[in-house]
Ligand binder design. Structure first.
Ligand code: AMP
Length: 284
């Protein structure tokens, strides 16, 4: 496995791979890797000849500088984990390499970027769309693998790919969870023991909603109520939002009578804000 820091080097390398007809799989991460990230890597390994993982804490997607500064960084540990998981190349540029002199071009995906997570984190998806567009342009992967954990991020990236004509196919992988049901996240490490235990209420609340839908419930407001009631049993949880939305447009749904409907939630446990979601009908 080779670690590459320069845009020019990864661009010329992937040019060569394409000339050799290699199928390139790409996983974008901010490091602090866990089993969720590794499931994306595994998928890339299954469907591609060459697997490239980026490790880059993207300053432009953080709206709180403190969060950016505190984001865990340990490239040596991440690289060892990626080498063990058969990754071919790690792209780990520094911020200057990506946003050097005269950087002033941003990608904004209107409408869907401003709701839900976007409302709580202004500018976040502009930062995400910009870095993903840059990485896709430099690497030109055939497949890029993303996690269902960040459902709104998927909607934003799929929209960007369709609108701007990127030739990368987006592959989505199910949420990897801890035994308690808590969705894996680098933020979980910043929860204390009580908060971490309490945070399992999110998944319980979402499975409660799915069970109700399987039992015939179609009213989105009643489904949201089921989720709220369950989360409110947990005194350490502070709800930010609960929404029943179309997974592509993120528009609110009134009746759950079709397949692509998500319940998305965000809640704080102490200082840490967590997100989770579930597809109400069908499997992923
Ligand atoms: P991040 O490093 O947080 O930017 O995440 C990089 C990628 O890993 C994104 O596509 C995330 O959706 C995905 N990811 C993060 N946590 C999980 C999880 N628990 N299960 C599946 N995918 C995940």
């Amino acid at each position: 496995m080779e670690i590459i820091n320069r845009r020019k080097r990864i661009a010329s390398l992937t040019r060569k791979l394409r000339r050799e007809d290699k199928i390139i799989g790409f996983v974008a991460t901010m490091g602090a890797l866990h089993k969720g990230h590794l499931s994306l890597v595994k998928k890339a390994r299954q469907i591609c000849d060459t697997v490239i993982v980026s490790v880059f804490v993207n300053p432009v997607q953080f709206n709180e500088n403190e969060d950016f500064i505190n984001y865990p960084r340990d490239l040596a540990i991440d690289a060892a984990l990626l080498a063990k998981n058969d990754v071919d190349y790690v792209f780990a540029p520094d911020a200057d390499e990506m946003y050097g002199e005269n950087f002033s071009t941003f990608v904004t995906v209107d409408d869907i970027s401003d709701k839900l997570e976007g409302a709580s984190r202004p500018g976040h998806f502009r930062g995400v769309a910009t870095i993903v567009a840059m990485l896709f342009t430099i690497i030109k992967p055939h497949f890029a693998i993303f996690g269902q954990k960040d459902a709104q991020q998927i909607a934003v990236i799929k929209r960007m790919v369709a609108n701007l004509g990127f030739e990368t196919e987006i592959v989505v992988i199910p949420i990897v969870r801890e035994k308690t049901g808590l969705a894996m996240s680098s933020r979980n490490e910043r929860l204390d023991n009580n908060e971490r235990q309490a945070a399992s209420v999110l998944y319980r609340s979402l499975t409660g909603a799915k069970t109700a839908v399987e039992g015939g419930e179609q009213s989105a407001s009643r489904i949201a109520e089921i989720v709220r009631n369950e989360i409110e049993t947990e005194p350490l949880a502070d709800i930010d939002y609960i929404a029943v939305v179309d997974e592509t447009t993120l528009e609110p749904i009134v009746r759950v009578d079709k397949n692509n409907v998500l319940v998305v939630v965000a809640a704080r446990f102490g200082k840490i804000r967590l997100i989770d979601n579930i597809l109400l009908r069908g499997r992923r």
